[in-house]
Write a protein that binds this ligand. Structure first.
Ligand SMILES: Nc1ncnc2c1ncn2[C@@H]1O[C@H](COP(=O)(O)OP(=O)(O)OP(=O)(O)O)[C@@H](O)[C@H]1O
Ligand SMILES: [Mg+2]
Length: 345
C-alpha cells in the first residue's frame, strides 16, 4: 500500500471503518461521525430502522423480524451493501448530499496492517458506493502513529500498539515506514468475551454485554491488574432458571480469565521486538510503547504492559480517535516532519 501525502491531500473525506466504531473526518469540518458500526434492519421489508448508538441499544431487545447487524467484522467490511447504507445514514442527509455533489470526490480510508486484497477491495467498494471516484488506502498503523504525534519521519524507532475491538496491531516505525509489525486477532471484544464466559462457567450467570464495562470499572480501583477491591457484586440472569440473580465476583478470577487474550498480545510484542534490528531496540527501551485504540482505555492495561515488558508505556491523548485524526491530519496537509511533537515517556 503506497500512497503519497500529495494524493492524500486531494481527498476530502477520511473514513475509519472499525469492528466496533465507524469514524468519519471531513476536510474543513473535522470529526463528524463517531458511532458504533451497527445497523438494525427490518427483515420483512429490508429497510434500515436505525444505525449507530440507537441500533446498538437495540441489541438483544428486538422482536424476531428486526435484526441487528455489524457489517464490519475483524477489521474487515463483510457486508459491503450494509456498510454503505450504514455509513450513508450515519453521515446524515445533509452531509451525504453535500459529498455526492462534490465533483470528483476522493476519499481516504485506513485498513489494518497487511489486510488481504479482498478486504481492501471491500473497503474501496463501500466508499465508491457513497460516491467516491477514487479511494486511497492508508495502513492503520501509520495513520494512528501520525494521529498521536509520534515522530514517524525521524530516524529513531518508535513503537505503536493499536488496541482495537477485533485486532491488536503492533509495529516499530522509523523514517516514516514500518520496520516490523504484527497483527493479532485479539482485541477488546475478546477480553469482554472472556469475562462473560468466566461468569457463565463459574457463576452460571448470563451477563448482558453492556454490563462488562461497569464490572471492569468496579473491579479496577487502580487498575484491573493491580490491587483494586477484592470482589464486587454483579447482576445478571441465572443460566438455568432465567431469573435475575446477583453474584460476588473476585478480581483475581477475572484477571485470570482475561489472561489468555492478554498473553497473545504480549507474545505479539515479543515477536515484533525480536524482528527489530538491535539499534532500534535500544531506541525503544528509552521511548517505549505508545498505546492507541479504544481498548487502550482498559483500566490497568498500561501498567500491566509496563510490568511485563519493563519499557515505558504511554497512552495517547484520546486514543480511540487517534487513527481517524491522523488520517485527517494527512488530508489537511498538517504533517510536516518538524511539526510532529516529540514523544514523551
Ligand atoms: N473505557 C474503556 N475501557 C475498556 N475498553 C474500552 C473502553 N472504551 C472502549 N473500549 C473498547 O475499545 C474497543 C473499541 O475500540 P476502537 O474504537 O479502537 O475499535 P475499532 O477501531 O472499531 O476496532 P478495530 O480497529 O479492531 O476494527 C471496544 O472493544 C471497546 O469495548
Ligand atoms: Mg480501529
Amino acid at each position: 500500500m503506497t500512497v503519497s501525502l500529495e494524493q492524500l491531500r486531494r481527498c476530502q473525506v477520511a473514513v475509519d471503518l472499525g469492528a466496533a466504531r465507524t469514524r468519519v473526518f471531513v476536510k474543513g469540518m473535522g470529526l463528524v461521525v463517531d458511532e458504533p458500526s451497527v445497523a438494525a434492519v427490518n427483515t420483512r421489508t429490508g429497510s434500515l430502522l436505525a444505525v449507530g448508538t440507537f441500533a446498538e441499544q437495540m441489541t438483544g431487545r428486538t422482536p424476531g423480524y428486526i435484526r441487528v447487524v455489524r457489517p464490519v467484522s475483524g477489521g474487515t467490511v463483510v457486508d459491503i451493501d450494509m456498510a454503505r447504507r450504514m455509513l450513508g445514514q450515519l453521515l446524515g442527509d445533509k452531509l451525504r448530499r453535500r459529498l455526492r455533489r462534490t465533483p470528483n470526490l476522493r476519499a481516504a480510508a485506513c485498513t489494518p496492517h497487511e489486510s488481504d486484497p479482498l478486504a481492501q477491495r471491500a473497503t474501496v467498494e463501500t466508499l465508491v458506493g457513497l460516491g467516491a471516484r477514487r479511494v486511497e488506502l492508508v495502513d492503520t498503523l501509520i495513520a494512528a502513529a501520525v494521529g498521536c504525534g509520534l515522530p514517524v519521519e525521524q530516524p529513531t524507532a518508535t513503537m505503536i500498539m493499536v488496541c482495537g475491538a477485533a485486532t491488536t496491531q503492533i509495529a516499530v516505525l522509523s523514517l516514516g515506514s514500518i520496520v516490523t509489525a504484527e497483527r493479532i486477532p485479539v482485541g477488546g471484544e475478546a477480553i469482554d468475551r472472556a469475562v462473560v464466559q468466566h461468569l457463565r462457567q463459574h457463576h452460571e450467570l448470563l451477563l448482558p454485554s453492556q454490563s462488562v464495562r461497569p464490572l471492569q470499572l468496579a473491579l479496577s480501583g487502580n487498575g484491573l491488574f493491580l490491587d483494586g477491591p477484592e470482589s464486587t457484586e454483579i447482576h445478571g440472569r441465572d443460566v438455568a432458571t432465567g431469573l435475575a440473580r446477583s453474584v460476588r465476583v473476585e478480581t483475581a478470577a477475572v484477571r485470570e480469565a482475561i489472561n489468555t487474550p492478554l498473553t497473545a498480545v504480549l507474545d505479539g510484542i515479543g515477536r515484533v521486538l525480536r524482528g527489530c534490528p538491535p539499534d532500534l531496540v535500544a531506541d525503544l527501551s528509552d521511548r517505549g510503547i505508545m498505546m492507541v485504540g479504544g481498548s487502550a482505555l482498559l483500566p490497568g492495561l498500561e501498567q500491566m504492559l509496563r510490568n511485563a515488558t519493563g519499557m515505558p508505556v504511554n497512552v495517547a491523548e484520546r486514543p480511540d480517535i487517534c487513527t481517524v485524526l491522523g488520517l485527517g491530519a494527512m488530508l489537511e496537509g498538517k504533517i510536516e516532519p518538524m511539526t510532529l511533537a516529540p514523544l514523551t515517556s
